[in-house]
Design a binder for this molecule. Structure first.
Ligand SMILES: O=C[C@H](O)COP(=O)(O)O
Length: 248
């Protein structure tokens, strides 16, 4: 059976309890658009409250530590996030790779710690502007993905997010998105065999209601990872609607 389009909102370091009204509105809209799988990843402080506030959408975390527990001040394990109500975790976002020096090996270990307790994983990869300008973005991102992949593709999604497109309003051409996603599909099939065809590859980077339909229709695009536009129902619901109108 074909998988549903997967639209995930990453709230990054945004969101207080008063913002749960947006999550509720997104949840209500999603209940009327069952063709689309929708999820939000709020800051960890809001996971429990958001889980209680919504009924139709997934709730996830934006990062986890690779260990189950231990002397890691300020960190949170996948187990803890699951107990708080997270069903999946985003790993390897470029902001974490940049702000916290996370390596491909770290990302792989985090993904495996979540999979070990049957949580979903969204593994992010993407090139910098200089890497795009070098003309070798596909080779670079394919290598990054190959080095970050967990041993199993259970409940795995990949998000392709060109760093230069995040929060900038700039997006790659639909053709460039399709070309990159085909490269990433090849990496997944090389690693996991036919199971690699079932891994959804999301596009992320300045997705809005206005450009969602064409980006989601590009080859091998199985959904979107959305930052800024996911913070409000007014921004996010049009993206979900666009996904619901894609041809089967
Ligand atoms: O995780 C989401 C991405 O970094 C995209 O963020 P953006 O939609 O604000 O460009």
């Amino acid at each position: 059976m074909a998988q549903r389009c997967y639209i995930v909102g990453n709230w990054k370091m945004n969101g207080m309890r008063s913002d749960l009204s947006e999550a509720r509105a997104i949840d209500r809209a999603s209940s009327r658009l069952p063709k689309v799988e929708v999820a939000l990843a709020p800051p960890s402080t809001l996971i429990l409250a958001m889980r209680d506030a919504v009924n139709h959408i997934g709730v996830g975390a934006q990062n986890c530590h690779a260990a189950d527990k231990g002397a890691h001040t300020g960190d949170v394990s996948a187990n803890m996030l699951r107990e708080a109500g997270a069903d999946f975790v985003i790993v390897g976002h470029s902001e974490r790779r940049a702000d916290h020096g996370e390596t491909n090996e770290d990302v792989k270990a985090k993904a495996e710690s979540a999979q070990a307790i049957d949580m979903g994983v969204i593994l992010c990869v993407g090139e910098s502007e200089a890497e795009r300008d070098s003309g070798e973005a596909e080779e670079i991102v394919a290598r990054q993905l190959a080095a970050s992949l967990p041993d199993s593709c259970a409940r795995l999604s990949v998000a392709y997010e060109p760093i230069w497109a995040i929060g900038t309003g700039r997006v790659p051409s639909v053709q460039d998105v399709g070309t990159m996603h085909k490269w990433l599909r090849a990496v997944l099939v090389d690693r996991y065999g036919e199971d690699g065809r079932e891994v959804r590859i999301l596009y992320g980077g300045s997705v809005k209601g206005e450009n969602a339909a064409e980006l989601l229709a590009a080859p091998e695009v199985g959904g979107a990872l959305v930052g800024g536009a996911s913070l409000s129902a007014d921004g996010f619901v049009p993206i979900i609607v666009a996904a619901s109108q894609l041809d089967d």
